[in-house]
Design a protein around this ligand. Structure first.
Ligand code: MN
Ligand code: MN
Length: 284
């Protein structure tokens, strides 16, 4: 059923009935190296059909979870993309639903985060993304963490797994007081301790797929080696569980993929949906 694959697997509820609202952002207009992230929402949706609906570890079945796929926002230029993400987020949050965004490039995260009140943000990324602008574009994907930092302030964002930055970018991050945890520190401390610094009760998680090692996730815009296995992303999702209020996965680049990066992104979306739903049911 090829035609069904325009929607994420098991996203069969109406918008009104869905607790999770998925949408795609097929945009790669500011990509600094490998182009192709615009093709990722389609690839992630297609790969989502690979998986069983039952998440055995959590004893939840995705078939029983109300979710809706709103399809893609229009993205012919960065202003349209940012506007589209903003209005779609307003629609989702206004209806009390949980947004799940399929990127696209990392530049989608600031306009999404902007729509929350009192939000803490966790970013998993190989890159610091703390440039004030890149190639004269302040909304470039290379500035994603910087823009999020501008919105939520130094106490409410933490970026984890960083292993690539310019020297001046590092100095600027330190000067501004960005809480960033480099890859060796994450290895030493473990994920749970890194997340313990978060003060806010509601957390948005942004997963730049290049956080994961290219051996597991080769199809990304800017691959960085000495990264992490997918287990630690799963650990992060499970650790945050009841605090999570929104999620994006970005930087998958299908032209450079063997299929596994898009499949892993789809699997991690399914993990978020299962884990957040289970935590919500347990809290009721
Ligand atoms: Mn990034
Ligand atoms: Mn990155």
């Amino acid at each position: 059923m090829e035609s069904m694959k325009v929607f994420f697997a098991d996203a069969e509820s109406s918008f009104a009935d869905g607790h999770f609202a998925i949408f795609g952002v097929p945009f790669d207009g500011t990509c600094s190296h490998r182009k192709g992230t615009a093709l990722a929402p389609k690839a992630i949706r297609e790969e989502s059909y690979n998986f069983e609906t039952y998440l055995w570890e959590h004893e939840v079945d995705l078939e029983d979870i109300p979710m809706h796929d709103m399809t893609d926002v229009l993205c012919s230029n960065i202003d349209e993309m940012m506007g589209g993400v903003g209005t779609t987020m307003e629609q989702i949050l206004g209806a009390g639903k949980f947004p799940i965004i399929l990127g696209g490039e990392h530049s989608l995260t600031p306009p999404a985060v902007r729509k929350f009140k009192d939000i803490g943000v966790v970013i998993l990324d190989a890159h610091l993304d703390f440039r004030d602008q890149y190639l004269d574009e302040p909304n470039s994907h290379a500035c994603a963490t910087r823009r999020v930092f501008d919105i939520v302030g130094p106490d409410n964002v933490i970026t984890i797994g960083v292993r690539s930055m310019e020297k001046w970018e590092q100095q600027e991050a330190e000067m501004h007081g960005l809480n960033f945890i480099d890859a060796p520190t994450l290895r030493k401390k473990g994920m749970a301790k890194c997340l313990a610094d978060l003060k806010r009760e509601s957390i948005y998680l942004s997963l730049d797929m290049d956080f994961i090692d290219p051996s597991h996730a080769p199809g990304v815009g800017n691959p960085e080696f000495f990264g992490f296995s997918p287990d630690i992303v799963k650990e992060c999702i499970n650790e945050l569980a009841e605090k999570l209020v929104g999620f994006d996965v970005c930087e998958v680049s299908p032209p450079y993929d063997n299929g596994n990066t898009a499949a892993l992104a789809a699997r991690l979306v399914r993990e978020v949906i299962g884990v957040v739903w289970k935590a919500k049911k347990e809290a009721e």
